[in-house]
Design a protein around this ligand. Structure first.
Ligand SMILES: Cc1cc2nc3c(=O)[nH]c(=O)nc-3n(C[C@H](O)[C@H](O)[C@H](O)COP(=O)(O)OP(=O)(O)OC[C@H]3O[C@@H](n4cnc5c(N)ncnc54)[C@H](O)[C@@H]3O)c2cc1C
Length: 423
């Protein structure tokens, strides 16, 4: 594939009036790098703004069964609904508006809301990651977006009025703009700013899997979290005793992803049983009943990235503000970015101004969420018995304060008014 840079350039600057009377660039072509969560949603939103987008994904083929599960918070679901995307059922979703907290000894510490219910009753939902990716990709394709696999970006070059992306297989693609949606280890980020911060290791690893415990009562609408003696455990139970679980373990010294994924499931079972010995028996039962793969990831975040855009290129999602999973917000922030960016490009035909408006509308919020998420992580693995005792004594009061959904309105009640023009 080789597109002509000049072909892209001469289209730049043409404008038309859309059916809604909004001035926008006609037939702008955007190269979206990364077909995870932010990428396909950005492509859908851009098309809605009248802008053509193609998604370039590094993986050679879709891996729709890869990865475990994640929380799609109500703010993210609100964005997807605004784009007419309904993923909950297609991603095997489990609505989970309640989070119940326990101490390792089995004392109920309290309950907090996971998001706000949307007007149609939709609540934050736990979905399978692979199925979510597939649903988002299919939605993009259904709207005419091409998703090209096996296209790992190695570099890009800006020239007056356009950009060329170069891929590992030797192919090139030309367009007017480039959106870096290539995740936490973004190549676009480092190409844009060689001094960009590297993802920062949070000191935790996340381990997770699926178990089956027939006879175990389902936990409708609820995820349970246990502040164990040495580590943190989360689980939910579906019909038929299917358990989705994860654990956060403190691990000083950053392990590589390869090191963690090289540990066999049997060894993870052994280690986890040791880590959670002395905590509530159910955790051990769930770990023993786990079948299949056990996944493990080092947890990183990017608290702040100085450069969000340069020339014709801009970053979205984890590529610019990866958050640790503790707040369950990474995917939701990524789709919020996508919608806000498309609005800015629709209303501000000069990309530099559109990107600056996008950064202005997003930076403060996402950095606040990343910091908040990091703080939650710090309470998860407390080794010192006195600190643990204090945490378990204080948490019930803190949770009471945060029990009301209003306490987290700043996080969940985020609205993007598509019809409002960006100034
Ligand atoms: C253990 C764990 C648990 C998590 N739990 C939650 C949760 O409960 N809730 C939540 O909201 N978030 C959670 N997250 C975070 C969430 O997964 C991310 O925030 C989200 O996936 C970000 O979407 P993205 O599209 O920006 O990046 P990604 O989903 O990472 O997608 C990036 C895509 O770009 C592709 N790519 C990479 N490099 C290139 C390249 N050079 N060229 C082309 N393509 C490239 C990748 O293959 C990938 O498909 C969790 C993360 C982890 C690690």
């Amino acid at each position: 594939m080789r597109a002509s840079p000049t072909g892209a350039a001469h289209r730049d600057g043409r404008r038309e009036r859309s059916s809604r009377g909004v001035t926008m660039n006609a037939m702008k072509k955007v190269l979206v790098i990364g077909g995870g969560i932010a990428g396909p949603v950005a492509a859908v939103a851009l098309r809605r703004a009248g802008i053509e987008a193609t998604v370039y994904e590094a993986r050679v083929e879709p891996r729709d069964h890869e990865g475990f599960f994640l929380n799609l918070a109500s703010n993210g679901l609100r964005v997807l609904k605004a784009l007419g995307i309904d993923v909950a059922e297609r991603a095997d979703g489990f609505p989970a508006p309640r989070m119940v907290m326990w101490s390792g000894t089995g004392k109920r510490l309290g309950e907090v809301a996971n998001g706000l219910r949307l007007p149609d009753g939709t609540a934050s939902t736990i979905v399978r990651r692979g199925a979510l990716r597939r649903a988002l990709r299919e939605e993009a394709e259904r709207r005419g977006v091409e998703v090209a696999f096996g296209k790992r970006l190695v570099s890009y070059e800006a020239f007056p009025g356009g950009v060329v992306a170069r891929f590992e297989d030797g192919a090139e693609a030309g367009g007017d703009l480039l959106v870096g949606a290539d995740g936490i280890h973004s190549r676009v980020r480092t190409a844009m700013d060689p001094a960009a911060p590297r993802p920062s290791y949070t000191g935790l690893i996340s381990v997770g899997g699926y178990a089956r415990l027939p006879g175990l009562a389902p936990t409708p609408e609820t995820q349970h979290f246990v502040f164990g003696r040495r580590a943190f455990f989360g689980y939910l139970v579906r019909e038929g005793g299917e358990v989705w679980w994860f654990a956060n373990l403190s691990r000083p010294g950053e392990p590589s992803r390869a090191e963690l994924s090289g540990v066999p499931a049997e060894e993870w079972r052994r280690r986890l049983l040791e880590v959670f010995s002395g905590d509530m028996d159910l955790i051990g039962e769930i770990i023993r009943a786990t079948r299949g793969e056990i996944g493990a990831y080092p947890v990183h975040d990017i608290p702040t990235a100085p450069v969000w855009h340069a020339g014709p290129a801009v970053l979205v999602g984890d590529a610019v503000h990866a958050t640790s999973p503790n707040s369950g917000q990474g995917a939701s922030l990524a789709v919020e970015d996508a919608l806000v960016l498309a609005r800015c490009l629709r209303d501000l035909p000069e990309p530099e101004r559109a990107f600056a408006a996008y950064e202005r509308l997003r930076r403060e919020r996402v950095e606040r969420v990343v910091a908040y998420s990091r703080r939650i992580g710090q309470s998860k693995a407390v080794g010192n018995p006195l600190a643990r005792w204090l945490r378990d004594a204080i948490l019930p009061f803190a949770l009471k304060r945060f029990a009301s959904p209003d306490a987290h309105a700043w996080l969940y009640d985020y609205r993007v008014d598509w019809d409002e023009r960006v100034a």
